[in-house]
Design a protein around this ligand. Structure first.
Ligand SMILES: NC(=O)c1ccc[n+]([C@@H]2O[C@H](COP(=O)([O-])OP(=O)(O)OC[C@H]3O[C@@H](n4cnc5c(N)ncnc54)[C@H](OP(=O)(O)O)[C@@H]3O)[C@@H](O)[C@H]2O)c1
Length: 268
């Protein structure tokens, strides 16, 4: 795949473009933005993307990534109707936009629904992917090439998309929040804020690496660092008594529910 076009040159487009460039991809990357010329210019200077008009981008690109806010997807799909997209792969990364809506506006076109997360910017996204009806093995390979450049991928049925969003799509914010709380606790116990932030952040990075590299489950790793009558168990006891498990479940449910509502708002 030599030519990729992004409709929308915002945060997620930039994260994916960064990943593709880091992976050493020599693709021609074209971007069309609505009005933010300054942002587009920055992408041109930083990643050597080609600023394009929509017709130019659609003609030249084998893969077209729709990377606009969910509320703007309808407008983009309306515009796309005027073009022949046969033999192209269209990938939407917009949250809450169902495959059925994409396929209704792009009949007979290969469409993939993707949900990356913000850690794309550091090549540690995990991207959920859902295949449309007209997707071939070659399209699968192209989508994997793009999203593997920014982290891990997972193909799922669309019925699992809101669950995936509740874990990995919105997950970064949960870990940021927990880290903020831990920093605050450290400050209240007398640490300098910058020190508390470094301690909490590096702890999280270390824990992530342990989970990724040790081959042990999070539960097993937790047990290994919790000695009976030690200090850690005192803290964990407070989490259990405060029903952390129930709170996390409730938060994930609320996230998934919002996903369901959005799919309803943008349904066919
Ligand atoms: N950020 C994330 O981590 C993340 C993760 C997963 C999925 N997503 C999804 O990715 C999508 C984009 O999110 P974002 O955070 O990247 O948003 P963003 O930073 O606001 O970027 C959206 C971009 O789309 C452009 N745009 C809007 N309408 C357009 C049109 N008709 N033609 C061409 N360009 C148009 C905007 O241009 P102007 O600025 O010129 O208006 C803007 O550059 C959303 O649907 C979101 O659900 C984001």
């Amino acid at each position: 795949m030599k030519n990729i076009g992004f409709i929308g040159g915002g945060n997620i487009a930039e994260a994916i473009i960064y990943g593709l460039r880091q992976a050493g991809g020599q693709q021609h990357i074209r971007v069309v933005n609505r009005s933010n010329a300054e942002r587009l210019q920055r992408l041109v200077e930083t990643y050597e993307v080609i600023p394009e008009s929509l017709p130019g981008l659609l003609t030249a690109s084998e893969v077209v990534v729709i990377a606009v806010k969910p509320k703007d997807v309808g407008g983009v799909l309306e515009m796309l109707k005027a073009y022949d997209l046969k033999n192209k792969l269209v990938i939407s990364v917009a949250a809450g936009i169902p495959l059925a809506l994409l396929e209704k506006h792009l009949p007979g076109i290969a469409v993939i629904r993707a949900m990356p997360n913000t850690s794309s910017a550091v090549l540690h996204s995990v991207t959920g992917l859902v295949q449309g009806n007209d997707v071939t093995l070659e399209h699968v390979r192209m989508a994997e090439q793009i999203f593997k450049a920014v982290g891990h991928i997972l193909w799922i049925p669309e019925s699992q998309m809101n669950a995936l969003m509740s874990v990995s799509g919105s997950g970064p914010a949960y870990f940021y929040l927990f880290t903020e709380c831990l920093v605050q606790a450290g400050v209240e116990m007398g640490l300098q804020e910058a020190d508390a932030e470094m301690l909490a952040r590096e702890t999280l990075i270390g824990v992530g690496k342990m989970m990724a590299e040790s081959g042990k489950s999070p539960g097993r790793l937790r047990e290994e660092v919790t000695s009976p009558n030690g200090t850690t168990i005192e803290a964990l006891q407070v989490f259990w008594e405060g029903n952390l498990k129930g709170i996390v479940q409730e938060a994930a449910n609320a996230c998934a529910q919002r996903g369901v509502e959005m799919e309803g708002e943008y349904s066919v």
